[in-house]
Design a protein around this ligand. Sequence first.
Ligand code: PMP
Length: 398
Amino acid sequence: FWKDVPQGPPDPILGISEAFKRDTDPKKVNLGVGAYRDDNSKPWILPSVKKAEDAIYNGKGDHEYLPIEGFDAFNTSAVKLAYADCPAVADKRIAACQSLSGTGALRLGMAFLKRFYPKSNTVLVPNPTWGNHKTIAKDSGLDWKEYTYYNPANYGLNFNGLVGDLEKAPDGSIVLLHACAHNPTGVDLTHAEWDQLYDLFAKKNHVPFFDMAYQGFASGNTDHDAYAPRKFVKGGKSILLCQSFAKNFGLYGERIGCFSIVCDDAAEKDRVMSQVKILARPMYSNPPIYGAKVVSTVLNTPDFNKQWLADVKTMADRIINMRAALVDGLKTCGSTRDWSHITKQIGMFAFTGLKADQCQRLAKEFHIYMTMDGRISLAGLNSKNVNYVAEAIFKVSN
Ligand code: PMP
């Protein structure tokens, strides 16, 4: 049956982990993986998550089906975490559906737009963006187009270019926005720039489609990181929001996320919710239960919640410290280049500015693995390998 099926290309990011695994050199470093590691390069189970797991499965857990929209206590707490004091929460006009992590939320969101937003068939995505955004759009039957975002000249934001492109876009365009910790660049808008962007969205009636995969993980503060979606909602925009609990809870493999749509009133919310469920049912019927129980137990138990806020800050701070240590290491080696963008950028990743041939040399000569666009995951750095990495980057970039 399948003799004409062609071999597909390997996933560009997961392919790096494979090459890393095959490398037997003890000095090897994986800067490709988008998952948090502690100072010993080990995955970290958050103490708050551990406490919740002990509490849940202390003889009380079962493995029943969830409803299509997922675990009610989870959806309520996910909405509260994202939207906090936005009046839309108290008005009960936010439709929320548990999703298969952030990816599943994006998929539900794009399927919803495809079916119910006939005004546009195109999602505008930042240039660059997380590669999966484009393929999710395509597989959902939508087209995608890039808007200006990154400025390679200063490794920062091209805000004027961004505003110019969104001004030029047809009114009512769908625009995908990274709420915080932009992947792959680590370059975020300031709060003042978000305010300006909000005015533009209000004027152009664009549809804000937020991807928030790193709430708390960027600055260490969950309110600070949720500034943009809250600003839009408080201003009266009907946003779509994709939340992932992979990074900020360390629950990568549990596939726990939430897709929500802010509606004009409770009746609209009920109609929207009914359609989101109709989309989810034939995709996966209903979502997994474990991560939903863990997240809602953490968020709804005051002691665990306090511990979790500290855990998130521990991760964010370690990453921020690794940025500084890498730049210090480069200076110590004698690099005269300006590496300050590495400490200015935020979140899991830094866009180093290294070229593909330099990245290749890092892999071949120094056993350091990263994506060929020069993106490094700071989580792969620790107190033991950061100077080795700094020296290697110095050698290939001088
Ligand atoms: N959006 C962005 C920007 C991401 O970086 C990621 C994770 N790499 C995701 C969404 C989704 O991840 P997950 O499906 O594991 O929650």
